[in-house]
Design a protein around this ligand. Sequence first.
Ligand SMILES: Cc1cc2nc3c(=O)[nH]c(=O)nc-3n(C[C@H](O)[C@H](O)[C@H](O)COP(=O)(O)O)c2cc1C
Length: 178
Amino acid sequence: MPGTADAANFKLGMRSLAGAVSIITSSHQGRLFGMTATAVCSAAAEPPTVLVCINQVTTTHQAIVEAGVFCVNVLRHEDRELSSLFSGVQKGEGRFREEHWTRLATGAPVLHSALVSFDCKVVNRLVHGTHTIFLGEVERLQIGKKGKPLLYSDGQYAKLASLAHGEPLPEGLDYWGE
Ligand SMILES: Cc1cc2nc3c(=O)[nH]c(=O)nc-3n(C[C@H](O)[C@H](O)[C@H](O)COP(=O)(O)O)c2cc1C
């Protein structure tokens, strides 16, 4: 059905995109910042660069602008609770429990249990409407043990029915609660 290109229809359409869930962190003047995000993608391999889209009203946005660093921590599906914590259930530095986090190059928090963490310095940014698109050049990365990503699709968390490791063909996304 054709529809008006307004924010409500746009968000409705975007529910169809299954996205990997990450926690984007930063650190500024000794304080820790972090939030859940799906608007993350690979931007270039040489130099290794990631792209993240962050709403300007978030607390993490200002920290990334001021500190010029961020870390993308890609969540495994077991870490669904962390995603909720970092998207509003908890506020501020209370989101960080010391035993879960370390640091690599930039000082932005790096999640021990992440599938992979990309520790980046901001090399470019573009303000567009509500969001800022940050390009981050990867200074260091940490690849965790193999696992399945946490996904978000149609407004709910999901995990992948994977084709990898010789597993049988998937019937589709494996939603919680079904
Ligand atoms: C699954 C999921 C994905 C999200 N993706 C993004 C995103 O890509 N960019 C963004 O700005 N906010 C995203 N959000 C919203 C932020 O996580 C949320 O607004 C967060 O509370 C912001 O942190 P703050 O409360 O410290 O400002 C997402 C939330 C969820 C649950």
